[in-house]
Design a protein around this ligand. Structure first.
Ligand SMILES: Nc1ncnc2c1ncn2[C@@H]1O[C@H](COP(=O)(O)OP(=O)(O)OP(=O)(O)O)[C@@H](O)[C@H]1O
Length: 904
């Protein structure tokens, strides 16, 4: 085998430690990649694949990108889920071989990117760590670009589900996990199918002790008590794992990660992954875009920080009534002070993403323009503070009190950095005159020298009489005197010829060279000094990270509050009365998103009243497309808005806080996990039945639709019984259904009320009034909706014909059976009264038995798998070959059979 060059040996030995990472190896003005890395980079970045040392022995595939434009290439690779290790030359004269020493200075992974280009402005880029034990899970998250670092411990029976809920909330780009988590099929299944982050294993040897040690070391404390996680071993382990990963990959100061906040999911309303998706809080179900989501309607923030904060508020509604009211007070006060609101908004409009700018400052990637952006963001703080001082509500007062004007920082930048500096920090032009004496001297020398050169040109023109003589400068020869060929005769003796061009000759003189060295010396020194000064200024700002992030945090909250006030005013929302009561009472409520989407039509408002007594469960029937789903979601969204501290789209709303909102809405095939629509539906229902409390709000849309009518109806029936039963759950619920049979439950069970969506029939046409009114619907109007959807007229007419016949048939059957029954009853009455009672008792017992078994979610599945002969026959029926009469006959027989089956 050919011998490797020393540089290749160096490369390979570094690469050994970074096997799953693309190594960017610095060679002069390029980053080069070799071997497999080169092939990947060539493919993903569309680079030319060449070979290093072609024909000289250690020929290897190679691809490269210029150092100066490397950021965008790196960003592309990270976006595609790769990790990149940056390997730089480090100064070290001790290398005996003369080989430049190189080492990896940072590993960039999808979860640790600070490059603004690839981060969506208003989104966080999270890295999460999850560790598990038999007791539960520790869950930690960090965003290195903003410095947010948080941790929680999730235990109890549903710990894995809680992990899933957190994962769905924060949507991490990268997850570190241990073996225990890896063995949880629930967590892994969810992660792979819904989030698909980059997954890294936590080293087996990494335990609690090491985590604890790392954390107290990083925060320079003796205990973790101040962070609220001292007694949460799994949380500590997860936070430690995050930190360990950052230390290993970032290889530099993590000063901006200066706080660890321990949060408890019980402090927030739990929104499980399904509910978050179903309610389309931050993105729509269909195309995953923000447009059409709740956030789309209420996000009027003007800063990225405010946008991220509002998003967090939407995803974590509060449970603490006092805290909710504090936010509401703030929103109300702002909305009543339009002038102040506008003033503050104008100010916030000048604010850049301070959190991310500070990330860059800490990472040493901030340039002079970033500091100018930081300055103009901080400059508004005194005015913001003055405006805030005019408010009286406690949250706004507190924001005002805590707001640090950071005058020292703005002054520092103002006095030192040029107003329009270049983006490079190594070529000068950054530091203002008057900031540093030494620099001023160099700059002066440079300026004087340049003036001297201009004078020299004048002098030499006079001396030689060559009016076209000029002094020029290039990188190779430095300063020179240029004389055109026509004037060569007049060139003095002391000129030394340096270069011949086609039309002219270039000369130097000893005097010119002497001045040149002064000028260039000053230039070089000033550039070097400017760089040093800049780094020093940046470091001084980095040292104030705590204070700066605190003010940034206040601006974020203020922006979010102003956004809510803005929406309240523009969209005509009212302040909800939020309390610990048991009632949800909404007058003229609207769906915040649907009303914003309607162009010409006007949204029809509806009332809602739910309590924990007689009106805890509404069954809503009504035609397809009449607005059932819209109505139910609107109740959930209004409740959620109220609990995040927002005004709500209604004329009046009283919201007794709910601990969770559950939804089971629409049919969503989970193809990725290979589950059928019905299975997904049942999983969601099971989750609700197992976790809801009487303080929850449950929204169920067409439960049972995914299976055969009878199975579906029975399940829906049993689910309603279970949820409405105060001994079992007793939660406030809204249930939309096409099964008219379910409206019977109003008379049978306590707490249930029927509602339907009003329709108006005009001749053959049906008008949807979108109004929810008491009582059950008596028709489904499915054919009417089919007509509107564009089903051909022939099919529509035929369906109407069949429907009419079916109804006629049903009536006949009812007549026959009733007569039959009456006859039998008469006979029995005469015959034996005791036996009738016995029969009734038996039938009640049988019914109870079925219901009991249905109320148990585990048995529900069993019930569902029972083979039905009717279904089997029905599925084999060749409808197209039957004439209407035959069809009616078949149907009649099947119905008889079904009745038998039901009895049996
Ligand atoms: N209150 C309302 N005011 C005005 N338009 C409404 C209202 N509610 C619903 N709509 C309109 O009706 C459409 C259908 O509503 P929705 O999906 O809620 O009906 P649905 O009864 O749940 O239908 P299906 O039973 O077929 O699922 C909505 O997309 C919206 O455009």
């Amino acid at each position: 085998m050919a011998k490797l060059t020393p540089m290749m040996q160096q490369y390979l030995s570094i690469k050994k430690e970074y096997q799953d990472t693309i190594l960017f190896f610095r060679l002069g003005d390029f980053y080069e990649m070799f071997n497999e890395d080169a092939k990947i980079a060539a493919r993903e970045l569309e680079l030319t694949l060449t070979a290093r040392n072609k024909g000289k022995g250690d020929e290897v595939p190679m691809a490269g990108v210029p150092y100066h434009s490397s950021e965008s290439y790196i960003a592309k690779l990270i976006e595609k889920g790769y990790r990149v290790a940056i390997c730089e030359q480090v100064e070290d004269a001790s290398q005996a071989s003369g080989l430049v020493k190189r080492e990896v200075v940072r590993v960039i992974t999808p979860g640790t990117v600070v490059n603004n280009n690839i981060l969506e402005e208003k989104n966080n880029n999270y890295l999460a760590a999850i560790v598990g034990s038999d007791k539960g899970y520790g869950f930690s998250l960090v965003d290195v670009s903003t410095g947010e670092f948080a941790v929680t411990q999730l235990d109890g029976a549903e710990a894995a589900n809680k992990v899933i809920d957190e994962l769905s909330r924060i949507n991490p780009a990268e997850v570190l996990l241990d073996d225990k988590v890896r063995s949880s099929t629930e967590i892994m299944g969810f992660m792979r199918s819904q989030i698909n982050p980059i997954i890294t294993n936590i080293k087996e040897s990494f335990g609690y002790d090491r985590a604890y040690e790392l954390l107290i070391d990083h925060f320079d404390t003796i205990t973790l008590e101040g962070f609220g996680c001292e007694n949460l071993p799994l949380a500590i382990q997860a936070a430690g794992a995050v930190l360990d990963f950052l230390i290993e990959t970032q290889k530099r100061s993590l000063k901006h990660i200066n706080q660890l906040s321990t949060y408890a999911t019980i402090d927030y309303m739990v929104l499980d992954a399904n509910t978050r998706r179903n309610l389309e809080l931050v993105k729509t179900m269909r195309d995953k875009s923000k447009k059409g989501s709740l956030l789309w309607v209420i996000d009027k923030t003007v800063t990225s920080m405010g946008g991220r904060r509002l998003r967090r508020w939407v995803e974590q509604p509060l449970l603490d009534v006092e805290e909710i009211n504090r936010r509401l007070d703030g929103v109300e006060e702002i909305s009543k002070n339009i002038l102040l609101k506008e003033e503050l908004r104008d100010l916030l409009n000048q604010v850049y993403d301070i959190e991310r700018l500070m990330g860059k400052v800490i990472y040493g990637s901030a340039n002079a323009r970033d500091l100018i952006a930081l300055k103009s963001s901080l400059e508004i703080l005194p005015d913001v503070k003055a405006s805030l001082a005019e408010f009286e509500s406690s949250m706004l007062e507190e924001l005002e009190e805590d707001l640090d004007k950071l005058a020292d920082i703005t002054e520092l930048i103002e006095s030192s950095i040029q107003d329009k500096p270049p983006t490079t920090i190594t070529e000068g032009g950054i530091i203002k005159e008057g900031y540093d004496e030494q620099l001023d001297e160099y700059l002066d020398a440079k300026k004087n020298g340049k003036n001297w050169i201009i004078q020299l040109q004048q002098r030499e023109r006079q001396r030689t009489g060559i009016s076209s003589l000029k002094v020029g400068h290039n990188k190779v020869h430095g300063y020179y005197i240029e004389v055109t060929k026509a004037n060569l005769d007049a060139v003095p003796e002391d000129y030394v010829r340096k270069q011949t061009l086609s039309n002219s000759e270039r000369y130097i003189t000893p005097e010119l060279k002497e001045k040149e060295s002064i000028i260039l010396g000053a230039e070089e020194k000033s550039m070097e000094l400017e760089y040093q000064l800049f780094i020093h200024i940046r470091d001084r700002i980095a040292a104030e990270t705590d204070r700066i992030q605190k003010s940034a945090n206040i601006l974020a909250q203020l922006d979010a509050l102003i956004s809510l006030a803005e929406v309240a005013l523009n969209n005509n929302y009212v302040r909800p009365k939020v309390n610990h009561g048991e009632v949800i009472d909404i007058k003229s409520g609207r769906h915040p998103v649907v009303e914003a989407m309607l162009d010409t039509e006007v949204f029809v408002p509806n009332d809602t009243y739910l309590d924990q007594g007689d009106e805890r469960f509404s069954i809503i029937t009504g035609p397809n497309m009449s607005g059932k789903s819209t109505y139910m979601r609107q109740v959930a969204l209004i409740t959620l808005l109220a609990q995040m501290g927002s005004f709500v789209p209604a004329e009046f709303a009283e919201i007794g806080i709910v601990d969770r909102i559950f939804t089971r809405v629409g049919a969503s095939d989970d193809l990725t996990t290979g589950q059928s629509t019905f299975m997904v539906e049942m999983n969601e229902v099971a989750n609700i039945l197992n976790n809801a409390t009487n303080k929850s709000l449950i929204i169920l849309d067409e439960v049972g639709r995914g299976t055969s009518t009878y199975d579906g109806l029975s399940i829906a029936w049993a689910v309603i019984e279970y949820i409405s039963d105060t001994e079992k759950i007793g939660a406030k619920s809204l249930f939309a259904t096409h099964y008219h049979e379910l409206t019977e439950l109003e008379d049978r069970l306590a707490g249930i009320k029927n509602y339907n969506v009003a329709v108006q029939e005009e001749g053959e046409d049906v008008i949807f009034l979108r109004k929810i009114i008491p009582g059950g619907a008596d028709q489904s109007y499915g054919i009417e909706v089919a007509k509107r959807a564009g089903i051909p007229k022939l099919v529509i007419d035929r369906s109407k014909e069949i429907l009419a016949k079916l109804e006629e048939q049903e009536e006949k059957t009812i007549e026959v059976t009733t007569k039959d029954k009456q006859k039998k009853v008469k006979e029995k009455k005469v015959d034996n009264i005791d036996s009738k009672e016995k029969q009734e008792e038996d039938s009640i017992k049988a019914e109870m038995k079925i219901k009991e078994s249905l109320a148990n979610p585990a048995q529900m599945a069993l019930f569902n798998t029972k083979q039905s002969e009717v279904l089997e026959k029905l599925s084999k029926l060749d409808i197209m070959s039957l004439n209407p009469l035959e069809a009616m006959n078949q149907l009649y027989q099947l119905q008889q059979k079904a009745k038998e089956e039901l009895k049996g």
